[in-house]
Design a protein around this ligand. Structure first.
Ligand code: ARG
Length: 288
């Protein structure tokens, strides 16, 4: 049952600007997460079709999509969430934990620079918006698998914002954006942070679960079944939530709170261990 507060909430879609990369070179030729199985064939044309459907869904709902050219030999470049982290026109580049993706670091930083963003070279190992999520004024930052804890300090210095560290414990959910969906950016009312999220409790250690429960008492807690189909790897504009069509309970939870689920199937890209949010990097601020 929604609380009276939620019933009174009118959800408003905010226009977003996203960076995407057409998966022209998509394949699974190495394994750097439990989803990737190089012996299993992939269908690049299908990956492109599914990706195109996401791209078109964003445009159809009024969002702006920028494209970065895919680079041959970098099959994971489609997961642009790992290309950086951008707030107020300032782009912190990434330093991948995994060698297989280090070739993406320069192309992403070059794109940010060429598009009017102030680029900050990272020092510590971290994988961008895959592990860093802006919720209201706070940055939630994941560690445990890819981004190192020290990158959270660097993040706080660079953006001068509160950073809350969260520890991931299930190897299937190796980036924070596989375990948390940021639903809306509504700001703190009376000291209580009203910005809301959905999350998969079992992906976090006990301390992190406690932090999440305290900070986001109204959060949607998603079932393990919906987590396992990458249901949390979703993008929201504050009203529409682009999610896997297989996350049916999560879709119902969203509807009961006044969000509109927009199902987009990226099954082929899940073979690389990525979903909707992984293919989406938010560009906040900066020159156009
Ligand atoms: N194969 C990629 C990797 O393991 C998938 C990245 C998914 N991205 C994300 N933001 N969760 O790095």
């Amino acid at each position: 049952m929604p609380t009276p507060n939620e019933t009174a909430t009118t959800r408003i879609a905010q226009r977003r600007r996203y960076l995407m990369c057409r998966p022209e070179h998509f394949t699974v030729s190495y394994s750097i997460n439990p989803w990737m199985e190089p012996s299993r064939p992939t269908d690049t044309a299908k990956a492109v079709r599914q990706w195109q459907a996401l791209h078109d869904a964003y445009l159809a709902l009024g969002h702006e999509v920028e494209l970065i050219d895919p680079v041959p030999g970098l099959p994971d470049m489609v997961y642009t969430a790992n290309g950086g982290f951008i707030v107020d026109g300032r782009a912190l580049g990434v330093r991948f934990r995994v060698d297989e993706r280090r070739g993406e670091e320069r192309p992403f930083m070059a794109w940010f620079a060429a598009h009017g963003f102030e680029v900050i070279e990272p020092v510590e190992v971290q994988e961008g918006e895959g592990d860093f999520l802006l919720v209201g004024d706070t940055i939630l930052a994941g560690t445990g698998f890819r981004s190192v804890g020290d990158s959270h300090r660097e993040l706080a210095d660079v953006f001068d914002r509160e950073v809350v560290s969260l520890r991931l414990v299930d190897p299937r959910f190796y980036h924070l954006d596989t375990a948390i969906t940021v639903l809306d950016p509504v700001e703190g009312v009376g000291g209580v942070e009203r910005a809301n999220i959905a999350y998969l409790p079992s992906a976090f250690d006990e301390d992190s679960r406690r932090v999440l429960a305290e900070r986001y008492p109204d959060a949607i807690q998603v079932t393990d079944a919906d987590g396992a189909v990458f249901g949390l790897n979703a993008a929201s504009d504050g009203l529409h939530v682009f999610i896997s069509p297989r996350a049916t309970d999560f879709a119902a939870q969203l509807e009961s709170r006044g969000y509109i689920p927009v199902p987009v199937d990226l099954s082929e890209l899940l073979l690389g261990g990525g979903g909707i949010k992984c293919c989406t990097l938010e560009l906040r601020g900066g020159a156009r």
